[in-house]
Design a protein around this ligand. Structure first.
Ligand code: ATP
Ligand code: MG
Length: 418
């Protein structure tokens, strides 16, 4: 056993090779969001624990057992590492009165924290990109959220499939809840431990059970669909019309309930069977009651969040490779005059917008050339005292078999910029 300190279980380092890929992914995502008129918002990673209890729900898995909560010893406040981004976004929107002049299209990205059992596609620190359309009531907004996802999947070369459902409005959910409790109470003996625990706190979550022994009971349970009000049904139908008109395939999954309490009406998930059990890459829906629930002036809202780790894993099975940057030049130099000139050359190249690594630490030409190769640079720029005297450089291609050439610096720059 080594007694070196390791990273916390379920929390990963992003090493440079992988970070290159993440940056390429993030660049695509930023441009995509800009094309749809969404603007970024950055909120703190720590929030008051009460925010998540109120927003996500006291008896959800996230709040009950996944949240990293601690007491700030300096003032006794209970704080939590954010497990998701919607609660913070809505808190900030209320705090800064952002909806004073109408709806806002917002997005965020960053680490989220949940104390879950780490496995492939499930980590304790993971990363989401989330989108919130706040202040918009119509099904056109739900459709926009879904259609923009489809657009991103095309660009990323992945093909997750879309499941949608409607949870109806508060009143119909309450009616359904009452019927569910009555139904499960009638079948007490058939309930597993989880179901018994949730019977009165969160009966809807019983339907989400992965226990095969619960399936028959769940299949025959009262359906929310039978309780839905006309307005919610019209909303759901209108969403489907827009999806249909825009060529978006979907499946209605009446079982889709989502693990967070704040959803109403439309909910959706993008799922894949290529990532094993961790198959949901993006999930969202409408949460018209949340702003008011957190103390804001009532306003409708909808959004989604996607898991970056899962999306990148899915991309590995696809055909699109994210282009990651390599240095344009690695400058190799030996001799005193050469070194002095090499500093100037490096500054000139960088001034011309070229990514340039200047060799540090001396060593033979041969060992420097090995480093140049390992740097993945396109070219080695070789400078000896001869080159320095002539104010020239020798340009050696590292990624093909072309001959090396000795040229004026200005010519080398033109060459590298091509
Ligand atoms: P799951 O059912 O997989 O636990 P969830 O319903 O808890 O997901 P959401 O809260 O909807 O997930 O978060 C949105 C997305 O964030 C998920 O679809 C997934 O891609 C990603 N995600 C959630 N939890 C994790 C995690 N622990 N590790 C990695 N990605 C995660
Ligand atoms: Mg979860």
């Amino acid at each position: 056993m080594s007694n070196n300190i390791q990273s916390v279980r379920g929390m990963n380092d992003c090493l440079p090779e992988v970070t290159d890929t993440w940056q390429a992914f993030e660049a695509i995502v930023r441009h995509w969001l800009r094309r749809y008129g969404y603007r970024e918002m950055r909120t703190p990673i720590l929030e008051h624990t009460g925010l998540f209890k109120r927003a996500i729900g006291e008896v959800t898995d996230i709040v009950e057992k996944e949240m990293y909560t601690f007491v700030d010893e300096l003032n006794g406040e209970s704080l939590a590492l954010r497990p998701e981004g919607t609660a913070s976004s809505v808190r900030a929107v209320i705090q800064h009165n952002l909806l004073y002049d109408g709806g806002k299209r917002l997005w965020y990205a960053g680490p989220m924290f949940r104390h879950e059992r780490p496995q492939k596609g499930r980590y304790r620190q993971f990363h989401q990109v989330g989108v919130e359309a706040l202040g918009f009531a119509g099904p056109d907004t739900d459709a926009e959220l879904i259609i923009m996802c489809a657009d991103l999947w095309r660009e990323l070369g992945i093909t997750p499939s879309l499941q949608i459902n409607t949870l109806g409005d508060y009143e119909s959910r309450q009616r359904h809840r009452t019927k569910l409790i009555a139904y499960f109470e009638m079948h007490q003996d058939a309930l597993d431990e989880d179901a018994k625990r949730r019977l009165h706190s969160n009966p809807l979550r019983i339907l989400d059970s992965k226990n095969p022994a619960m399936q028959t009971l769940n299949d025959a349970a009262p359906k929310l669909m039978d309780e839905l009000d006309e307005a919610a049904l019209v909303h759901f139908a209108a969403l489907q019309t827009i999806l249909h008109d825009n060529g978006i395939a979907y499946e209605i999954n009446p079982r889709l309930v989502r693990g967070l309490d704040y959803y109403n009406r439309t909910v959706f998930e993008w799922v894949t069977d290529q990532l094993g059990a961790q198959g949901t890459v993006c999930a969202g829906g409408r949460y018209d009651g949340l702003i008011e629930q957190l103390g804001g002036k009532p306003a409708p809202a909808a959004g989604f969040a996607m898991g970056i780790e899962r999306l990148l894993a899915l991309m590995e099975t696809g055909s699109v490779q994210l282009a990651t940057p390599v240095p344009d030049a690695y400058i190799v130099h030996a001799g005193e005059a050469a070194q002095a000139f090499a500093w100037k050359v490096a500054a000139t190249l960088r001034g011309a917008g070229l990514d340039t690594v200047l060799h540090c630490g001396g060593g033979s030409f041969k060992s420097q050339m090995k480093k140049a190769d390992a740097s993945r640079a396109r070219y080695a720029l070789i400078i000896g005292d001869d080159e320095a005297a002539a104010q020239q450089v020798t340009l050696k291609p590292l990624r093909d078999t072309a001959e090396q050439t000795r040229v004026e610096l200005t010519l080398a720059i033109e060459y590298l910029q091509r």
